[in-house]
Design a protein around this ligand. Structure first.
Ligand SMILES: [Zn+2]
Length: 383
């Protein structure tokens, strides 16, 4: 197999995508350009059409669509690749975020590694396949998902669409920067807040009030004990134990006022097989038993864990292609929403997560070439 698409073509595609800002709206900033996925989604839909795809837009929030492109294959099996279209904000960047500059065999800018790299590679291959009138070995469903970085609305919308269409996926790749290592697991998360409701009084007569901050202190200690207990739970997955961290606290209205309210927020990382509803119940119970104050409990977000056996044939095939051992990652991905959606699921993509969300985001062209050759072998297209 030759070196097509060439490194220049791959770099140009990634650069083109970086030049279309698609910042998740809640992280928009005066330097962000336009935010949201609407513009990039419509442009990607146009390219998909130009390269022979059947295209569908699925609006998951206002002007924030998922894009689905289908290329019919030489067999009737189905494979899908999820690439999120949104990026984080650019306020923290030290380089021009949307230049897409290609320099020293790297492409620079927001989204270069997370995760426009995989989309650029795929567009380059699809373009070449179209000109050569080649079909992939399997039906291909390429998905640009909205809203991965913040609320995760795009992934469950895609899963729902696959069910509605009656598509049975045999393979599903979730694109994220893993340095081309096949990743088969990550934890899930439950985020909650607990607002303790006390009674205010003059601070010179604390006995006349009910101090919500003092009650919160006890609750925080109990959450810390819960975290310690979780560390003792032995299991045979390589993900490490579940964790519970208190991440925010907010309370008090004045130096001379007994606080009538205090809000404690937590982040509970879940293992595969843990039930988020049971966790919510359990933590609510801890909160109720920590004090005699009324507690208002809010569940802010729930993302499931992802786990797939590393011994499955496709993961083993990807291990051979990448020459890297399969692994797990500490961060969450859209795979949280895909339980049971495909026979085999993997998280994989070029470049390192250490370059993502950073002040100087970039992707090495050598990583683009590596992932391009793996995708071509997977789809059994040779040029
Ligand atoms: Zn990402």
């Amino acid at each position: 197999m030759t070196n097509i698409p060439s490194s220049q073509v791959l770099a140009n595609w990634v650069s083109r995508l970086v030049q279309i800002p698609s910042i998740t709206p809640s992280q928009a900033h005066r330097l962000s350009g336009f935010s949201g996925e609407g513009i990039i989604a419509r442009q990607v839909a146009q390219w998909f059409k130009n390269f022979g795809g059947e295209v569908y837009l699925d609006e998951v929030a206002e002007d924030r669509p998922n894009v689905y492109g289908i290329w019919r294959g030489r067999t009737n099996t189905w494979a899908a690749i999820d690439i999120h279209l949104d990026t984080v904000g650019v306020g923290q960047m030290s380089i021009e975020p949307f230049s897409g500059e290609i320099k020293d065999d790297c492409v620079y800018g927001r989204g270069a590694v997370d995760t426009k790299a995989t989309l650029g590679i795929i567009l380059a291959i699809l373009e070449e396949m179209y000109h050569r009138k080649l079909k992939p070995a399997t039906n291909l469903l390429i998905v640009g998902t909205a809203d991965e970085e913040v609320d995760g609305l795009g992934a469950p919308a895609f899963a729902k669409w696959v069910h509605q269409e009656g598509i049975h996926l045999s393979k599903l790749l979730v694109a994220e920067p893993t340095s081309c290592k096949p990743v088969y697991g990550h934890k899930g998360e439950v985020r909650m807040s607990f607002t303790l409701l006390g009674k205010s009084a003059h601070s010179s007569s604390p006995h006349l009030g009910k101090n919500a901050i003092t009650a919160a202190a006890k609750l925080i200690q109990n959450f810390e004990s819960e975290h310690q207990q979780l560390q003792n739970n032995i299991h045979d997955l390589p993900l490490g134990p579940a964790t519970l961290a208190v991440t925010m606290i907010n309370g008090g209205t004045g130096l001379n006022v007994i606080p009538d309210s205090c809000c404690v927020s937590i982040d509970r990382r879940m293992l595969p097989g843990e039930n988020s509803e049971a966790i919510v119940q359990h933590l609510s119970e801890i909160a109720r038993q920590s004090s005699d104050l009324e507690v208002k409990v809010e569940v802010l977000s729930v993302l499931d864990a992802f786990y797939q056996s590393p011994d499955s044939p496709w993961i083993q095939w990807l291990v051979d292609q990448s020459t890297l051992e399969p692994g797990i990652v500490p961060f969450g991905t859209n795979a949280w929403a895909y339980k049971g959606l495909a026979e085999e699921c993997v998280v994989m993509g070029p470049g390192s997560i250490d370059q993502a969300h950073s002040a100087e985001e970039w992707i090495a062209v050598s990583e683009l070439e590596k992932m391009s050759s793996i995708l071509k072998k997977w789809w059994e297209v040779s040029f």
